[in-house]
Ligand binder design. Sequence first.
Ligand SMILES: Nc1ncnc2c1ncn2[C@@H]1O[C@H](COP(=O)(O)OP(=O)(O)OP(=O)(O)O)[C@@H](O)[C@H]1O
Ligand SMILES: [Mg+2]
Length: 364
Amino acid sequence: MLPRPWSNITRNLFTPSLSRNHENPLGLPLNNARVPPQIPRRGPISGGLPPKRKIPNVKHTVLVSSCKGGVGKSTIATNLAVSLSLLPQRLRVGILDLDVFGPSIPTLMGLKNVEEPGLTQGQSSPSGALIPITNHGIPTMSMAYLLPPAPQSSSSSSSKSDSEPPTNEDTPVVWRGLMVQKAVQQLLFQTDWSAAQTASSGLDVLVVDLPPGTGDIPLSVGQLVDVDSTIIITTSDILSLSDVRRGVAMFRKLEMPLTGLVINNSYFICPNCTERHYLFGGNPNDEQNMFAKGVQAMGMGGDKIVGELPLVVDVGRGGEKGIPYALSGRGDARHDAASKIWQEGMKTIAERIWGDIQTKTTKV
Ligand SMILES: Nc1ncnc2c1ncn2[C@@H]1O[C@H](COP(=O)(O)OP(=O)(O)OP(=O)(O)O)[C@@H](O)[C@H]1O
Ligand SMILES: [Mg+2]
């Protein structure tokens, strides 16, 4: 037993010392009240946000979202845009890169270090708007086009700077919330898609690549834009389940049409055999699979699985070269089994999204 003065000291050291007058600078709920943060209401009566509106010169907006980073969202966004444009309807399709902090559409579309975009002049609507930059017949807009290339660091002379000079995708965006909101609104509503080389009468579909997670940017888009379809990209492991759950909850809360999930990098087929090697947590089509059970429970199983894509080495290589594999691998007779499944899968995803947009039966 410790002498009295010591026991007082140890008690004071290990007792939480939350003062009643704590200023709570972040506005966090106190007293364990656990009040969840509220999404602001829309509409004039609540005095909240304005009603959702269409992006100028765009008929339909499709969001590509993932609640986890690095699961293939930008790769799928670019290939989806190409696949939509290759449908028999000959759709005019564009890509908006809203991953302000980590834009990768310029690389994936072969548009690294392009000139800063021009601005529309005169009577065009909206006037003084950004003119999209086109490659592979797909107009694109990205925060990266508006940034100068990152300065070359003198200390890294033996690393990337030797082989590959820094691009504007390497420029860090160090912004606070309000600046990001402003940039997102400008990219959304101050880009003139009818000024794009290949789309003088505007776009049929704009594919929007969102940053991972359920942060400010997806939330702003959900509140401001009249969206026609949303897909969530995921891998089929248990860790992804809670991310998917958060994303689904957010889109439902924002009353956005949720077409479904795309399971990416589900399996690998090695060139020497025809067996599927599942990469994450087994076969997601197996009823006993934990991931399958999880998505079923949140109402995202069955036909809400819009596609399941294998890992294909050439898909990644295509992205690095700036040529989406849906374009470069088209009609290639040398395709191995996985490439064929991937090509067919991407086409099916594009058909499903276009079908959903047409019937508008996906409101949740
Ligand atoms: N089906 C696939 N087969 C092979 N490689 C793939 C596939 N899908 C994505 N990749 C590769 O995985 C990596 C991550 O993809 P990508 O950048 O599209 O993910 P992301 O979700 O957009 O990431 P971030 O959250 O950082 O924006 C890239 O190297 C890409 O080439
Ligand atoms: Mg990305």
